[in-house]
Design a protein around this ligand. Structure first.
Ligand SMILES: NC(=O)c1ccc[n+]([C@@H]2O[C@H](COP(=O)([O-])OP(=O)(O)OC[C@H]3O[C@@H](n4cnc5c(N)ncnc54)[C@H](O)[C@@H]3O)[C@@H](O)[C@H]2O)c1
Length: 405
């Protein structure tokens, strides 16, 4: 049987914009799903366009139409082609424009993060959805569905089953040593690095929006954001290329950004972002009224403490027996299928005419954190009101559980 054992096998026609590392990854995943047709490809780089077309035709499929006539040729593709959705994997500056072009031409859009870099674009994506019913979403984000061996999905089930009680606080974020990559990027660029803020909210938000019921019974009310000085990146640049290279970083964003987000229901989120220091990756910690869960990729495994149930008072224990008992049913259904779960769910949503589980409201909320944290940092960390992108629907939107897809 096909994707997620669904009886709906309607063909799904896709166009791809951006065919670099991520675009080709998604293209290969899509080609492997039965009933998916790759009808059009778009990239400003002719060699990448040809390579991608070869990948499609090499699997026995028809050669897709190619669009490579400059930075805005995706607009022509969105206007001319009959597609269910556009898959956007261009650099982040163009995600909103590509998605809006798709929606305004009657196509859904699934994008790499972030969906929008400004609040104007964030609202444009919401307004366009409400007018056209064509959505843009971070439907390709893997944190909840695929990372940490499915543990995040099982954590969601465990929370839904009440083991941690009501959620109170979570700490999550992106802490990765990307100094070498950042140095290369800034060396190549003529512009200085931008303002301080949280530049990668989408991966952590993909698990914490469902786990904290953000936009689904609760919503972000305001945030405050603060950044450290830019020291580690400058030190690294200086050691590699001398004082001149370091100067660009000394006037750039701080190394570590921490943001506090408060919800109308009184929950707290601590969101970290640091890609400038030597560190072995992030951790996450979800605290409820009855217990707490913690995981850190690279350490021996997730830990849990449940009041009155854990073997020893106030001592972490391994999560394994709890996870065995609360394994998310979707993991069983998807077992043996080599298509990534993100792609399986995206195709089901397109076939059934539904929004993805992490829909336009969740996706825009997630990406808006970039501009909101920049605003707070540049204003001495003053609280910034979080827009209600759902316009009040958060009160009645059902919690995400992914039990029925
Ligand atoms: N989810 C993840 O784990 C993850 C990981 C890495 C990157 N990303 C994000 O995915 C996106 C793509 O990253 P990548 O590593 O594949 O980058 P990449 O540079 O390898 O690929 C980007 C492609 O987009 C093309 N492009 C640029 N402007 C275009 C335009 N106007 N029209 C058509 N094509 C255009 C480029 O020619 C290139 O082929 C970025 O936004 C990045 O932040 C996500």
């Amino acid at each position: 049987m096909s994707t997620m054992q669904s009886s709906n096998t309607r063909p799904v026609r896709l166009g791809f914009v951006g065919l670099g590392a991520r675009g080709v990854y998604h293209l290969k995943a899509a080609i492997a799903v039965s009933g998916v047709e790759v009808a059009a490809l778009c990239d400003i780089d002719a060699a990448r366009l040809e390579r991608a077309a070869g990948l499609v035709s090499g699997t026995g499929n028809a050669v897709p139409k190619r669009y490579g006539n400059g930075e805005k040729d995706y607009e022509r593709m969105c206007g001319e082609e009959t597609l269910d959705a556009v898959i956007c994997s261009t650099p982040r500056q163009s995600h909103a424009a590509v998605c809006l072009a798709a929606n305004r031409n009657g196509k859904h859009a699934a994008s790499e993060g972030p969906l929008a870099l400004t609040l104007d674009d964030a609202w444009a994506l919401i307004e366009t959805y409400e007018k056209t019913r064509k959505w843009s979403a971070l439907a390709l984000e893997t944190t909840l569905l695929e990372e940490e061996n499915g543990n995040n999905l099982t954590l969601l089930n465990l929370v839904r089953n009440g083991l941690l009680g009501d959620m109170i606080h979570c700490e999550d974020g992106v802490l990765r040593d990307r100094r070498a990559v950042k140095l290369r990027e800034v060396q190549r660029s003529t512009t200085a690095p931008g303002d301080s803020g949280n530049f990668a909210p989408d991966a952590p938000m993909n698990r914490l929006i469902p786990l904290m019921d953000i936009n689904h019974g609760d919503r972000f009310d305001f945030l405050m954001s603060v950044s450290s000085r830019p020291a580690a990146m400058a030190e690294f640049a200086s050691a590699k290329f001398g004082k001149e290279a370091a100067a660009k970083f000394r006037s750039g964003p701080g190394d570590y950004n921490a943001s506090i987000l408060h919800t109308v229901d009184g929950k707290l989120v601590t969101l970290n972002y640091d890609t400038s220091t030597p560190n072995p990756r992030e951790f996450c910690r979800f605290q409820g009224t009855k217990g707490v869960y913690m995981s850190a990729p690279g350490l021996p495994g997730p830990m849990i403490y449940i009041d009155g149930i854990s073997v020893r008072p106030h001592r972490w224990e391994k999560v394994d027996p709890y996870f065995a008992q609360h394994r998310h049913p979707l993991l069983g259904k998807a077992a043996g299928n080599r298509t990534p779960l993100t792609w399986q769910l995206l195709v089901v949503a397109l076939r059934e005419g539904k929004q993805p589980y992490f829909d336009v409201y969740d996706s825009v909320t997630s990406s808006a954190i970039i501009s909101l944290t920049q605003k707070s940092v540049s204003n001495r960390s003053r609280p910034v009101k979080f827009p209600d992108f759902t316009r009040g629907q958060w009160k009645t939107r059902k919690p995400i559980d992914l039990l029925v897809v």
